[in-house]
Design a protein around this ligand. Sequence first.
Ligand code: OGA
Ligand code: NI
Length: 206
Amino acid sequence: MAPDPPPPEDLPVACRDAMMEYTKHVMNLGDLLFELLSEALGLESETLKNMDCLKSLLMICNYYPPCPQPDLTMGISQHSDNSFLTILLQDNIGGLQILHQDSWVDVSPIPGALVINMGDFLQLITNDKFVSANHRVPANREGPRVSIASFFSSSALPNSTVYGPMKELVTEENPPKYKDITIKEYTEGYFEKGLDGTSYLSNIRI
Ligand code: OGA
Ligand code: NI
């Protein structure tokens, strides 16, 4: 959806206008979040935006049909997101879980609330100051369930920028934990490995 939204005719009529309108709000919220997160790191509020974190937005609409035998499968298996940050809008069915201290905890829907997930690229550039959230959605008898995930990530676009731990955040006592990598290379490795529950970040750990 950003920097260049697709031609409107490429989007289904049923959600075309809503996607265009929703994108504006997601971009405004993302702008604020990246400012706050920069400040939380003790840096100038524009820092993350200057690294193009806000530049590209990929919107994925997930549809989970009701499942008659939820023990046999998963809605979406355990993973962390291939993004800087993800803004997730879920409907009222529920099912999203986050791994917290080795237990799966429900992220129950709250009407009007959005879920904000740290993604792998934020963990990479902050040298583990921010940690990407490990999450999943088990299959559910109820449904269908719909969620809209807005990924701040240029993974779908050509981009030669190399990302690594930010110079401002590494010191002699806290050396870089990751190798430099482009989003494109990271994304290729991420999808080649598949959503198997391990983070692709471990592959570029120094
Ligand atoms: C995703 C995701 C969760 C959900 O699309 O990456 O984790 O609630 N979705 O659908
Ligand atoms: Ni996800």
